[in-house]
Design a protein around this ligand. Structure first.
Ligand SMILES: Cc1ncc(COP(=O)(O)O)c(C=O)c1O
Length: 453
């Protein structure tokens, strides 16, 4: 099956979850903390292999994956070049000593990141293993560089769940049990979510009036303590919401005016996901620090914060004891995976492909909306990162419909996730190698799933 895998359509041979998945669910239930894997009557299925935009479960069902597994599999699932690079590196030198005895490919990847991320001047990199850690490296950098603890963040934001990142993430369910252990350096402003405009205005005639809330915080009682703004140019887990170009441009101007650093979290939206290497390129806005992860390696846990030398060089020189590091920092196998993934994106022009497929994606989804009898309230996205916001007859978020849609799609051979504060958005972030036929199949299945939900 592996040889044929990659460009297949979904093929369900036994109703998922099949017997092997059910057995593994029961076994996992006995040994994993109850909070982690969601277990329901029809959930989960266990995957055993993947290629391109196909994944296969342990009962031999083949699926078309429209999730990219959290938007990670940019160069395709188990991309052979990435897998070979991992294998070759693992056999030579699996693990390094990142901040003490580094490896050659850490230099190569840092150089690649400095080349790829927007901005002309010299840049510097801090490596991390997860997105959450990259965000925390950016927050620490801002504190070091500005001497100010305050950070402006946004409604709907998702920056990860480490205690630092959690302070700027906006989702009560993640924060509530830990509230008393969280710092209070973050101030929250409304994200420019045009479909659910906090001011009930319309873009562009609104003249991005919602940015006034950021100005108010900066003019407020602790405005002088704000050193940075952190924002996703397109929110992912917040419901696939792109910030309007004008808003990002005005935000940049405001940060410059007030001498505040601008951090872009492109952990989800970067590496071609939005039809450019980085989503902020649509607006032509360059941040002071950019966080990357997920699609950086197409599947190995590695992330980074990359900033201008002007900002990053405020960190003190290491005197032998790095004040910010971790055991797996600049992991050689992760660096090998990322270098291979970047080479794949470039050689196969996958960023351009993501841009080219944007129109097709929009047309297919808008058609779906027309046929949805009002169940799809909004269609939005860029490149190969799209959201279908499901609503009830009153226009309120329809969480149940989204959950039922995702389950029905899985049973029909298509993997999709839900996103947004109400989990009512069908989130689409397929591998950038997905074929047109797979995309059409996947969207047709979503249409049928919504109709049945
Ligand atoms: C925009 C964004 N930032 C940060 C993170 C956290 O990354 P990780 O789960 O690797 O810690 C995510 C994860 O979904 C994300 O989408």
């Amino acid at each position: 099956m592996k040889d044929l895998l990659g460009a297949q359509l979904g093929q369900i041979v036994v109703a998922p979850p099949g017997p092997h998945s059910r057995r593994l669910t029961a076994e996992l239930r006995a040994v994993e903390s109850r909070n982690i894997t969601y277990v329901g009557h029809d959930f989960p299925i266990f995957f055993s292999q993947a290629a391109g935009a196909n994944v296969v479960d342990v009962d031999d069902n083949v699926y078309v994956d429209l999730s990219g597994f959290f938007g990670v599999a940019a160069a395709g699932h188990s991309n052979p070049r990435v897998a070979d690079a991992i294998s070759e590196q693992a056999h030579r030198l699996l693990h390094g000593m990142g901040d003490v005895y580094p490896t050659e490919n850490k230099v190569a990847l840092a150089r690649e990141l400095c080349r790829l991320v927007p901005g002309d001047g010299p840049k510097r990199v801090i490596f991390a293993s997860t997105g959450s850690e990259a965000v925390e490296a950016a927050l620490k950098t801002a504190a070091i560089a500005t001497g100010k603890p305050g950070v402006i963040c946004f409604t709907g934001a998702y920056h990860g769940l480490g205690y630092g990142a959690l302070c700027v993430t906006d989702r009560d369910i993640f924060k509530e049990p830990f509230r008393r252990q969280l710092g209070d350096f973050a101030r929250r402003a409304p994200y420019p979510h045009c479909y659910r405009c906090p001011l009930q205005l319309r873009y562009p005639s609104c003249e991005v009036a919602c940015l006034g809330a950021v100005r108010e915080i900066l003019d407020g009682p602790d405005g002088s303590e704000i050193g940075a703004v952190i924002v996703e140019p397109m929110q992912g887990r917040g419901g696939e919401v792109p910030a309007p170009d004008r808003w990002l441009q005005e935000l940049r101007r405001l940060c410059d005016e007030r001498n505040v650093l601008l951090i872009f979290d492109e952990i989800f939206a970067g590496f071609g996901r939005c039809g450019r290497w980085f989503c902020c390129e649509h607006a032509g806005v360059v941040p002071d620090i950019i966080c990357v992860g997920k699609g950086l390696s197409s599947g190995f846990p590695i992330a980074a914060a990359i900033g201008t030398a002007r900002v990053m060089d405020r960190w003190p020189e290491s005197a032998g004891e790095a004040i910010h590091t971790s055991t797996f920092l600049g992991h050689p196998t992760g660096c090998a995976a990322a270098l291979a993934s970047i080479a794949e994106l470039e050689e196969h022009k996958l960023v351009e492909r993501s841009a080219e497929l944007q129109g097709t994606m929009r047309d297919l989804l808008v058609n779906l909306q027309k046929e949805s009898k009002g169940k799809i309230g909004d269609v939005r996205g860029r490149g190969l990162m799209w959201g279908l916001e499901l609503v009830d007859v009153a226009g309120a978020p329809d969480t149940a419909c989204a959950a039922a849609t995702s389950l029905a799609a899985m049973r029909l051979g298509v993997i999709v996730l839900t996103s947004g504060p109400h989990c009512n958005v069908i989130a689409l972030s397929p591998p950038l190698v997905i074929t047109l036929e797979q995309l059409r199949f996947g969207i047709d299945v979503i249409g049928r799933a919504i109709a049945s939900a």
